[in-house]
Design a protein around this ligand. Structure first.
Ligand SMILES: [Zn+2]
Length: 420
C-alpha cells in the first residue's frame, strides 16, 4: 500500500479540470486506486508534500519505437524522412538483441517524461516485436504495440509476403494481447494503403476483429501522401474510402494524423467511431500541414494526441498538447473572418493527455483518472511554487505551459513505481 499526498489535478470533462489541494491518494495492493480523500495522511512513508501535485499519467497514442534514437533530425520532408530515417531505423530490428536494448531505452525515456501508456508501432520483424513486448512486460509499461505490416512499395528487406506477415502477427497477438493483467495489447499495424496489398489490409482487419485487437495506421498525413494513395487506388474517393473498403475503420482503430481530411472523410471517420491521433509537433516538424483540430472535433471525431516519435521530436506529451493549442491559434490568426475559429483550452489539453485519451483507446474503465477502482497510473510532480498561488483555472493553464520533465519525481503504473 502506497500513500501519495499533494494537490490533485485531473480533468472532469473536456471543458473542466479540477484542482484539489491537500489531497491523499492511497494505492491498493491490487494496483488500483483504493481511496482519494481530503486531508494529510498520518502514515510515515508518504510520497509527496504540500509542494507536490498528483496527476494521471500521460497517454501517447502514436509513436514509432524503432525511431526512438532518431529524434530531432530536421531538414527532411515526409518522403525523404521515410527513406533516410524510418526504413534504416526499422531495418536494425532484424537483430532482435538490438531491438531489446533500444526498447529498454525507450521505456526509460517515455516514463521519465511522465508517459504511462503508449500506442506504438514496431518494426516488420516478428522476433524483435516479441522481444520488445517482453521488455514492456518486465518494465511495467502499459502498451498497445504491434509488428509493422507492409508488403509493397517499401525496401525489400522490410517487406514480408502477406500470408507470412499475417500468420506471424496472429501468433504475436495470441501471446501478448491482454497479457500482464490486460496491461499489454496487440495492434495490427498496416503502415499505409500505399505500402500494403489489399490482401494484407483485409487480412489485418479480419484478424483484428476476430481477436478483438487494435488497428493502427496512418491517413491524410500530407497532400503528397494523399496523392500517392489516389494514384494507387484510382477507383476510390480518398484514403478514408480505401480504409473503409478494407474494413480498417473501427472503434478499435487508431488512425495517425488526418491533416488532410475532406468534409466527407471527417464524417466517415466520426461515424465509424475511429479514433484520430493528432500529432501536431510531427505535422510541423515534417512540414506536412496544420490539422484543423476544431473542425475535426466539430465533426464528431474522437481525437487523441501522439508525439509521433521520431516524426515529432519530443516525447513530452504536455508539449504536444501545447502545440495542439498553438496550431489551432495559428489557424485562428489566419482564419477569415479573423478570430472566427475557437481554440482548445488548457483544460481540454489536460483532458486529451489523460481521460480523453483513455476514452479514445477504449481504456476509460481502467486508466485516465485518479478515482477509486481505476488502475493507479499516476505521476507525482513538483512544479514551480508560484503556481499554487493562482486561482484554480489559472493553475490549470500555468501548469500546462510550465511543466517540465525534470519536475516529475515519481511515476506509477498499475500501482508500481516504475520511475523516473
Ligand atoms: Zn506514424
Amino acid at each position: 500500500m502506497q500513500t501519495l499526498y499533494g494537490t490533485l489535478l485531473q480533468p472532469s470533462s473536456p471543458s473542466e479540470c479540477t484542482v484539489a489541494g491537500n489531497t491523499t491518494v492511497r494505492l491498493g495492493e491490487d494496483g488500483k486506486i483504493a481511496e482519494v480523500a481530503p486531508g494529510r495522511p498520518a502514515a510515515d512513508d508518504v510520497i509527496g508534500d504540500e509542494g507536490c501535485w498528483i496527476l494521471p499519467g500521460f497517454i501517447d497514442a502514436h509513436l514509432h519505437l524503432p525511431q526512438w534514437d532518431r529524434r530531432g533530425i530536421d531538414g527532411l520532408g515526409l518522403s525523404d524522412w521515410h527513406q533516410r530515417i524510418v526504413y534504416p531505423a526499422e531495418a536494425r530490428f532484424r537483430d532482435s538483441g538490438f531491438a531489446e536494448a533500444l526498447a529498454e531505452e525507450f521505456v526509460s525515456g517515455v516514463i521519465s517524461h511522465g508517459t504511462t501508456t503508449v500506442a506504438a508501432f514496431g518494426s516488420p520483424f516478428s522476433a524483435a516485436t516479441d522481444r520488445v513486448f517482453a521488455v514492456f512486460a518486465r518494465r511495467g509499461l502499459r502498451a498497445v504495440y504491434g509488428r509493422m505490416l507492409n508488403d509493397m512499395n517499401c525496401p525489400e528487406e522490410l517487406s514480408t509476403p502477406a500470408d507470412q506477415a499475417l500468420d506471424e502477427a496472429r501468433e504475436l497477438a495470441a501471446r501478448w494481447h491482454g497479457a500482464e493483467n490486460g496491461r499489454l495489447s496487440y495492434a495490427f499495424c498496416p503502415r499505409t494503403p500505399v505500402c500494403c496489398s489489399e490482401k494484407l489490409m483485409r487480412g489485418a482487419a479480419a484478424l483484428a476483429g476476430m481477436l478483438d485487437c487494435y488497428i493502427q495506421s496512418h491517413a491524410g498525413e500530407s497532400a503528397a501522401e494523399v496523392s500517392a494513395v489516389r494514384e494507387r487506388f484510382p477507383d476510390n474517393l480518398d484514403d478514408i474510402d480505401v480504409y473503409a473498403e478494407m474494413g480498417l475503420l473501427t472503434s478499435r482503430t487508431l488512425l495517425g494524423h488526418g491533416v488532410v481530411l475532406s468534409r466527407d472523410e471527417r464524417k466517415q471517420v466520426a461515424e465509424t467511431q475511429t479514433t484520430l491521433v493528432h500529432c501536431p509537433t510531427a505535422n510541423i516538424f515534417l512540414e506536412c500541414g496544420l490539422m484543423d483540430y476544431v473542425a475535426h472535433r466539430g465533426a464528431g471525431i474522437r481525437i487523441v494526441l501522439g508525439s509521433s516519435i521520431a516524426g515529432g521530436p519530443d516525447p513530452f506529451m504536455p508539449r504536444v498538447a501545447v502545440t495542439c493549442i498553438e496550431t489551432a491559434k495559428g489557424l485562428k490568426i489566419h482564419a477569415i473572418p479573423r478570430g472566427a475559429q475557437q481554440v482548445p483550452t488548457p483544460a481540454e489539453a489536460w483532458w486529451l493527455l489523460t481521460r480523453g485519451a483513455a476514452e479514445g483507446l477504449g481504456m476509460a474503465g481502467r486508466v485516465g483518472l485518479i478515482e477509486p477502482g481505476l488502475e493507479a497510473d499516476c505521476l507525482v510532480i513538483r512544479p514551480e511554487k508560484w503556481i499554487a498561488e493562482l486561482p484554480p483555472h489559472e493553475q490549470v493553464s500555468a501548469l500546462l505551459y510550465t511543466i517540465r520533465p525534470r519536475q516529475i519525481e515519481h511515476v506509477f503504473i498499475a500501482g508500481h513505481r516504475v520511475g523516473p
